[in-house]
Ligand binder design. Structure first.
Ligand code: ADP
Ligand code: MG
Length: 265
């Protein structure tokens, strides 16, 4: 195994399309998607339900095959990337084992990978600390709030030390205050680790706050409408959302989303 060239794109998608073959009619979920994500970027995908955001994440994670076009993940095929555990996946629901402690939730997948016990425990401790959950190792998931459970999921995904973090609406089910808090937390985490993040959200404000690029998608068939750059200061806090620079980017995202809709919201 050779280390991928630092200049290799984290994700390189060319003319990718995906059709689901269902019992009734085929569903064109993604059409002609072209995108390159560099290492260390934080890229958000935003678009209405059904526009193919989860499908695109599943293609990157090698959970589904594209019908047309090509994709590489860290310079490898998605299958190779999956086999090398080059990415961590965080879903909307925390998906923790309720009957295992927080520590066990982190160490179990590492044990399955064949990692030695001391290393597993060290990783669990390191990443729980990184998401601010030191001291909660022996709790069970049901003893934690929804936001804390989601932080455990993030720590678990980081435990693989992936180059790439795939996050599919990870904070969608949380209240706004918790979501704000976790947004700040995630941004600090990204600054520290510089892991490449692909983040799916419905929230314009969340996308603009977190990302250095925002990919706006249109429904039926899912395609990229516009890619918007954001150059907010790296050490930003939630207050940035009141600034003219932030509102300007949010406005551009909103206009792009409207252009892809057949209705106005
Ligand atoms: P999003 O995450 O943006 O809400 P999805 O990627 O889940 O969108 O879905 C995109 C489209 O593909 C939708 O029309 C959805 O109904 C369809 N779809 C998703 N998964 C499947 C599947 N396994 N089989 C058939 N159609 C699917
Ligand atoms: Mg989805």
């Amino acid at each position: 195994m050779t280390a991928p060239d630092a200049r290799t794109a984290a994700i390189d998608i060319r003319k990718l399309s995906l059709t689901y073959h269902t019992a009734d009619a085929p569903v064109l979920a993604l059409s002609d998607v072209d995108l390159r994500v560099q290492r260390g970027e934080f890229v958000s995908f935003i678009g209405p339900s059904g526009c193919g955001k989860t499908t695109l994440m599943r293609v990157i994670a090698n959970l589904v095959e594209p019908t047309d076009g090509s994709i590489t993940v860290n310079g490898m095929s998605p299958e190779q990337a999956r086999l090398q555990r080059a990415y961590g996946y965080v879903f909307q629901a925390p998906a923790l084992y309720p009957w295992r402690t927080v520590r066990r939730n982190l160490t179990l997948p590492l044990e399955i990978m064949g990692m030695a016990k001391a290393e597993r425990r060290a990783r669990a401790e390191k990443y729980l600390a990184l998401v601010g959950l030191q001291g909660f190792e022996n709790k069970f998931p049901w003893q934690l709030s929804g936001g804390m459970q989601q932080r455990v999921s993030i720590a678990r995904a980081l435990g693989f030390e992936p180059d790439l973090l795939l996050m599919d609406e990870p904070f969608g089910a949380l209240d706004e205050i918790t979501r704000d808090h976790l947004n700040e937390h995630l941004l600090r985490l990204w600054e520290r680790t510089r892991v490449t993040v692909i983040f799916v959200t419905h929230s314009i404000s969340e996308a603009v706050f977190l990302s250095n690029r925002i990919v706006v998608m249109s429904p039926r068939p899912g395609r990229i409408l516009e890619v918007i750059d954001s150059d907010l200061p790296p050490d930003r806090t939630l207050d940035v959302r009141e600034t003219a620079a932030f509102l300007k980017i949010a406005h551009r995202v909103r206009v792009a989303l409207r252009a892809g809709h057949s209705y106005d919201d």
